[in-house]
Design a protein around this ligand. Structure first.
Ligand SMILES: Nc1nc2c(ncn2[C@@H]2O[C@H](COP(=O)(O)OP(=O)(O)OP(=O)(O)O)[C@@H](O)[C@H]2O)c(=O)[nH]1
Ligand SMILES: [Mg+2]
Length: 473
């Protein structure tokens, strides 16, 4: 099944929700508050399918005070439908949404001019041109531009056809399942149900999942993909998971669900960032960090402790652990103001000298993974786990192994999945010689030595023993 997520963006009242209703009949804005105020407040999710194609829509609010809700949906867009009213053209939240989407790295875009019935037909061409030239200032790949009215069925049908002709899925398959919870509810007889977008690898019914934020396991009792019962949920699928073994009250919006053993949470992470035009990040100030559908409060510490910066490296010191992966995007805001966008460079922070850290961040920013491995290995003399590559470098196991094999002066233990710098052998050698000098009758085996040096794998120790034999020791 070919599927992708198209999310809306645009200023309040420009017709996002009405357009989705025209496309698939879905009635958004169903809560009492939404109906009273006549605006969208939280995200809504709906579909449009044809044959083996499914488009999942995420509709976002346009209100300036609700940008936080918009971000919680935008991180998972494969493509954005930029909705601009022909009557009002570009407005403040059109701009803010475009900025946020650019910072989140969303590239595919469809430009839809709505409410074309409200302007003279003769004026439409120049309106389209004006809006298009504004949007082109951003780094989007505009797949097509169209003008519609919900009262002109023909324009809606044409848009629908074009949407089905796209192949807009953009997500890369990471090494493991990741899923940010965006809604939680309980259903009579079923128990806890969460909804979210599948990132990374698929899941199946009966799979055991791990809720990172509360370190609890839960089992997949049932799955629904785009509203239909399903055995499996794949990348970019909007998925409802019925979880067993967990109470509804235990889960909150923004929690990250994964499989056990892949992700570690850290309350400090390293990022690179870029501020919006005429904005800056201030050293050691409090900000709200939006990552996935989660909002976290924390301080930003600029790497070189200047007072303010428009772009550079920084450390986020959060009030709770962040379960992020390499290259994951985040948005930095202060109150209701969007300040900057960030890219996670080190989701796992290792203690190291500042100069070494700078080298590591530069390597990670330039996607020089071999160099990053090298630097990390020199900081992890007692072994660097290969499993952590999934989080550190967003690499599959095979790719991580390939990189490891290309490294010089490195011992790879493929069984215990640990890398050691070759020079660490000397450490083990010295210790063996010590034992032997003290007691010539000591029984030395890889197993007995690994009891003393818990960080060293048996294979690694064996390779040292083999060398000692070769050296006639
Ligand atoms: N004349 C005309 N009115 C439209 C059209 N599309 C939407 N509207 C009207 O515009 C108003 C706002 O539409 P919504 O779809 O709620 O706007 P929205 O962008 O979802 O608003 P928020 O979610 O609050 O940001 C409603 O009264 C719609 O009926 C259109 O093509 N023509
Ligand atoms: Mg709406």
């Amino acid at each position: 099944m070919n599927n992708y997520i198209i999310g809306t963006c645009g200023h309040i009242d420009h017709g996002k929700t009405a357009l989705i209703r025209a496309l698939n009949g879905y009635e958004g804005d169903t809560t009492k508050e939404e109906q009273q105020r006549g605006i969208t407040i939280d995200l809504s999710f709906s579909n449009l399918s044809k044959e083996n194609q499914n488009i999942a829509f995420i509709d976002v609010p346009g209100h300036e005070k609700l940008v936080k809700n918009m971000i919680a949906g935008a991180f998972s867009f494969d493509c954005v439908m930029i909705v601009v009213s022909a009557a009002e053209k570009i407005m403040p939240q059109t701009v803010e949404h475009l900025q946020i989407l650019s910072l989140l790295g969303v590239k595919n875009a469809i430009l839809t001019i709505t409410k074309k019935d409200l302007v003279e037909e003769s004026a439409l061409a120049s309106i389209i041109e004006e809006v298009e030239s504004f949007v082109k200032e951003f780094d989007f790949n505009i797949l097509f531009t169209t003008a519609v009215s919900i009262y002109d069925e023909n324009s809606i049908e044409k848009l629908k056809d074009k949407l089905f002709s796209l192949n807009a899925s953009t997500k890369v398959e990471e090494n493991f399942f990741r899923y940010y919870v965006d809604r939680i509810f309980s259903a009579q007889g079923a128990g806890t149900i969460v909804t979210g977008t599948v990132l990374g690898r698929p899941i199946k019914t009966d799979d055991k999942l791990f809720i990172c934020d509360i370190k609890k396991e839960a089992k997949v009792k049932n799955l629904q993909v785009h509203g239909v019962d399903s055995e499996e949920a794949n990348i970019s699928n909007r998925t409802a998971i019925n979880l067993s073994g967990i109470k509804t009250n235990d889960i909150k919006k923004g929690f990250l669900i994964s499989k056990k053993g892949y992700l570690r949470g850290f309350d400090t992470i390293d990022i690179s960032f870029k501020s919006l035009k005429s904005k800056e990040l201030k050293h050691n100030q409090n900000y709200s960090i939006f990552i996935g559908s989660k909002k976290i409060e924390g301080k930003v510490l600029l790497f070189n402790s200047t007072t303010t910066l428009e772009s550079g490296f920084a450390m986020i010191k959060a009030k709770e652990p962040i379960f992020s992966i390499y290259k994951e995007k985040l948005i930095i805001r202060q109150g209701n103001i969007t300040i900057a966008g960030g890219i996670v460079l080190s989701p796992i922070v290792d203690p190291m000298k500042k100069s070494q850290k700078l080298e590591l961040l530069e390597a990670l920013e330039n996607e020089n993974i071999s160099k990053a491995y090298e630097i990390l290995l020199s900081a992890h003399k007692k072994g660097l786990g290969l499993i952590s590559s999934a989080q550190r470098f967003a690499l599959s196991h095979e790719k991580a192994l390939e990189y490891a094999k290309s490294l010089e002066n490195t011992f790879i233990d493929e069984k215990s999945l640990v890398l050691y710098p070759l020079q660490t052998k000397n450490l083990i050698k010295t210790s063996i010689k010590d034992i032997y000098t003290k007691n010539q009758f000591a029984l030395l085996s890889n197993a007995s030595i690994s009891l003393r040096m818990k960080w060293a794998s048996e294979n690694f120790i064996q390779s040292v023993l083999d060398e000692l034999v070769e050296e006639n020791f």
